[in-house]
Each structure stands twice: as C-alpha cells, then as structure tokens.
Design a protein around this ligand. Sequence first.
Ligand code: ACO
Length: 432
Amino acid sequence: MSKEAKLELDGKSYSLPTLEGSEGEKAVDISSLRADSGYITLDESYGNTGSCISKITFIDGEKGILRYRGIPIEEMAEKSTFVEAAYLIIYGSLPNRAQLRRFSDLFTEHQFLHEDMKYHFESFATTAHPMAILSAMINAASCFDDGLMHWHWGQANSQFENYAAKLMSQVRTIAAYSYRKSRGLPLIYPKKAYKYTANFLHMMYSTPYEDYEIKLEVVRALDLIFLLHADHEQNCSTSTVRMVASSQANLFASCSAGVCALWGPLHGGANQAVLEMLEEIHRTGDDGSKFIAAAKDKNSGKKLMGFGHRVYKNYDPRAKIIKRSCDEVLAKLRINDPLLDIAKNLEEAALKDSYFVERKLYPNVDFYSGIIMRAIGIPVEMFPVIFAIGRMPGWIANYKEIMEDSKSRISRPRQIYTGPGLNHYVPMEERK
Ligand code: ACO
C-alpha cells in the first residue's frame, strides 16, 4: 500500500496520497487538497512542483545524471546520432534498421517547404531575430497542411508519424532559410543525398554556384550538439509546449510556442549570451576576474552566463561531453580561439570561488556549445535556433505523451490574488 502524507490545517487532518517514480522520485499528490480544504499549494516558478508524470527523460540533478528513455546521455553521445536519439525519445525505444530507415525517409519526403512560404520569409525585416522567424514560420508551415490543421489526436493517430517527421525536417529547412534571409542570401534547397545534419549545413552554407564542403568532424560536432539538447524533461520550453498542447492546439502550434519560451537568455538564449559575455571579456582585456566580481554583485545586472541550473546542483553531464568535443573540434579544425581559453579560465576561477561553490553553480550545456558553433561558422544569433532544432524531438515526445493520456486535462494553475479588494468603476470626470 502506498504511503499517505498527513496535513493538519485549521484543526482538521487531511490524508494526501503519495507516489513514487521508477527511479525513486517521491511526490505528494495534492490535486484534491483545494476541494477538501480550500487551500491551494503555492510554488512560484515551480521549483518543487511536478507538473506531470512522464516516461521520457530522467534527470538526477544532485548526481549529474541524464537519461533518454533510460539510456545514459554519455552512451548516446558516444554511440548514437541525433536522428536515432530523436526516434528513441519520441517512440520510446531504439529503432531497428527498418524503423530508422523509414524515419529518415519521412524527413526526406517532408523537407521541402511549400513554395508559397518563400513570400513569408520575404516579408521579415532583415534585422529580424531568427528565433522570431523560426517560431512564426513553424506556425505558418502548419497552415500549408490542411490535414494537420484539421487533425485531432484520436482521429488517425497513424498520421502523427508523418507530422512529427515533417516538423523535425522542416524546422531544419526553416532555420537555414531564416539565417540566409537575415544575410540577404538566396535560399538553398535541401538535397536528398544528405543526412539530417549535413543537409542543414548544406542549406546554411552552399551557394547557387558551389556546394559547401561537408566535413565529417563538423557534421559530427553539430550532430552531437543536437543530440545533447534533444530532451531535458520539464524545463521552461517543454512545459510551455505541454501547456499549449493541453488545450489541444496542433503539434506545430504547440512547438512554435516552445521556440518562444526557449528564446530567453535564461534558457535557450544562454548560449548566445555566453558568447557575448566571452567576447566582452576579451574586448575589455579582462582576465575574467572583473566579470566574476560583477556576476557576484546582485546590483550589476550581470550573471556568469552558462553557469547554474535549476535542476543540476552538480556538473551538467552534457557540459562535460561538450567541453571534450570542443577541444577535439578546435584541434581538428586547427582553430586557436582565445575565447576557449577565457572560458576555461572562468570555469576554473568560478569553481574555486565560494560564491559559486556554496550555491552549487556549475557550467551548464551552454557554456562550451557556443565556442563549437562559432568554430563551425554559425553566427551567434543562430545559437538558440540550433538549440531549438535539437529540442524538437523532446517537445514532440511530450506533445505525444499528453495526447496519449486519456486522463489529460487542460493545464490551468491557480494563483494567490494580492490585488485590490472590491472596487467600483469611476466615471472619467470624477477621476483625479
Ligand atoms: N551567475 C551568478 N549568480 C548566479 C547564477 C549565475 N549564472 N545563477 C544563479 N546565481 C545565483 C542567484 O543569484 C542566487 O543567488 P542568491 O541565493 O544569493 O539569491 C543563487 O545563485 C540561486 O540561483 P537561482 O536564481 O535561484 O537559480 P534558478 O534555479 O532560479 O535559475 C538559472 C537557474 C536561470 C539557469 C540561473 O542559474 C541563471 O540565470 N544562469 C545563467 C543563465 C544560463 O546559463 N541559463 C542556461 C540554463 S541551461 C538551459 O536552459 C539549457
């Protein structure tokens, strides 16, 4: 029999059921508390609130563990690819050869955008941030698919496979187009011969006259970045996707909302912010110590970007993998980047500094990923877009999980109201 929690309130005792996840994570189920007692629970910014029960990704922030469907991120990074990881995350198990082939073929089938979408790209200002274009165009892409617009889970779930592949494939095309649009360059169409990540690089960097030279180490490094970002349980953007999906919005609309949530510098925009921070340190000739001092001062408005995490209170396991990859890629491409040295010095200094030690602030995945992206020629404003391409399987899997749950209800949190009490409308002429 499962344990019960006892809560004493206003002289009454309430029994609350508890539950335990497959890795021993414990929760008190408070869903009936308001109806029984009139109390809600308050946990602003959800530091200690489980918003769902999920089978997709497991994180132990204290121990620095991340697993996709049970498989450690270290194994995935060493042995798998982004596309295979996407299949695992969305469908729950590693694909066999035929399943992987079919999944990849669906990407090829859906990689072209509707030709009329080109007009949408044309209407963006050249200064538009690619995340704004990405979010808008994912939504726009759904409007060009009548089936998707009118499809609801339960009607023909077999269609999900098509829509999921279409979204993953087209997000890559849209991302590359948004970059080319921002540079005023002609759009480059995807090629059938290329695999997922190589195709993205081709659409980013080929010209109408000459194909971009696909370097294996560059493909591998970018594929690894995608893979490491593929899912991360209930973070800000994934919770947003689930929130939107809970209203039964379509898959594209739900994931487009995820892009907006990801954009902020405290989340997916952090990789861009890290590079800007490193550039600032380099430009000002600081050895990092002035920046660290500012990051510790709450009035400076600065933070050590790429450090800290709501869940990890230990080294982010993705950051360890990325740091290694960063060294390898730069060595293979024979790039000597002073920003890498600054990053390493900053990390070393911060990990010895009592401010960061006491608060358990370690480098997160964004601390080194920007340096790799810079080395392979991805402009800084595209960094969060790369994160969004990588996170797409996680959002799709979370969308699917909501749709498959017959007990799923619309997400609707409560609040504690602290505004004025009953007030009355005052006509304009009587207002002060
Ligand atoms: N630099 C300096 N101080 C920090 C940092 C940082 N990067 N991160 C947290 N702190 C401090 C806070 O000011 C707070 O100090 P206090 O206890 O004296 O008030 C303490 O550490 C605890 O931090 P919280 O703000 O409670 O941490 P929270 O869980 O709310 O935020 C977050 C996590 C947003 C990631 C935060 O650490 C941060 O802003 N980091 C920099 C941005 C970043 O790298 N984001 C990427 C996150 S990973 C991802 O989305 C892929």
